[in-house]
Write a protein that binds this ligand. Structure first.
Ligand SMILES: N[C@@H]1[C@@H](O)[C@H](O)[C@@H](COP(=O)(O)O)O[C@@H]1O
Length: 260
């Protein structure tokens, strides 16, 4: 696992957008896994600026990490609508290049299995962007999710519903209880995992992810099992890291050509 400490969220966004740009140049039809939430927005802003500056993403494909269950199709806070608004439209991608699980399906279990099959049929995710919940969740894999889990339905913790109420008029009653999420095993199938965490409220979760034991209690700690995982944190989110100086020195000594 590589840990990169950046001065602020914007610098994290630039760094990760560079990695995505390098990937697209290397593999124009790459499959990019995107995350929702506030944290990844600087990545999408930086990537959109690169596209305006001439980066060709016309063949890039994008897929979802997770989705609420039970919101009506087209609900503005469904993750499908969110990714369309925050990623697909700004990058100018055709909607056919974007896919995700169907949270409004009558057969949710079938929709989960369909999604795992669709990811495999698409050749697998090349780079998966991840955020992290305050409780250490990735996607919507809440604490005690199986580290081998595949895409399935999960029940949100009260804390996650409180955290996400800001997207639903600060009304927790509007936040769904159930979600579809790529499993931790599904996420680990991606070729490169890039987790961005910013802000002091993520410092404990980051420390447990990077320096704690691999444990289902901290789902993001599963990144320790992946051969190519990059954790990008700003100074505030890095405050709990005992090895912060080592991570800084390692990154400073890294050759430019190597990327993240
Ligand atoms: N399912 C999403 C996660 O993918 C995201 O990482 C998390 C943190 O969001 P934020 O970045 O807004 O703190 O929120 C939700 O739970």
């Amino acid at each position: 696992m590589e840990v990169v400490i950046v001065p602020d969220a914007a610098a994290g966004g630039e760094l990760i957008a560079s990695a995505i740009a390098d990937l697209v140049v290397r593999k124009p039809d790459a499959l990019l896994g995107v995350a929702t939430g506030s944290t990844p927005l600087p990545i999408y802003t930086a990537l959109t600026a690169r596209v305006r500056g001439g980066l060709d993403v016309s063949r890039l494909r994008v897929c979802q990490l997770d989705e609420y269950v039970g919101l009506p199709k087209g609900h503005p806070e469904s993750y499908r609508a969110t990714v369309l608004r925050e990623v697909v439209e700004p990058l100018g991608l055709p909607e056919e290049h974007f896919f995700g699980p169907d949270g409004s399906a009558a057969d949710i279990q079938g929709a989960c299995e369909d999604y795992d099959r669709a990811l495999a049929a698409a050749g697998g995710v090349d780079l998966q962007i991840l955020g992290i919940g305050t409780d250490g969740h990735i996607g919507f894999n809440e604490p005690c999710s199986s580290l081998a889990s595949r895409t399935r339905i999960k029940t949100l913790t009260e804390q996650t519903r409180v955290d996400n109420a800001r997207f639903f008029d600060n009304d927790i009653d509007q936040v769904p209880h159930h979600v579809i999420t790529q499993g931790i095993g599904t996420i680990l199938d991606a070729r490169h995992l890039v987790l961005l965490a910013t802000g002091a409220n993520k410092a404990d979760a980051v420390a447990a992810t990077v320096e704690g034991p691999v444990a289902s209690l901290v789902p993001a700690s599963a990144l320790q099992l992946h051969p190519h995982a990059t954790v990008v944190v700003d100074e505030a989110a890095a405050t709990g890291l005992k090895l912060a100086d080592y991570f800084r020195a390692t990154y400073a000594a890294k050759p430019d050509w190597q990327g993240i």
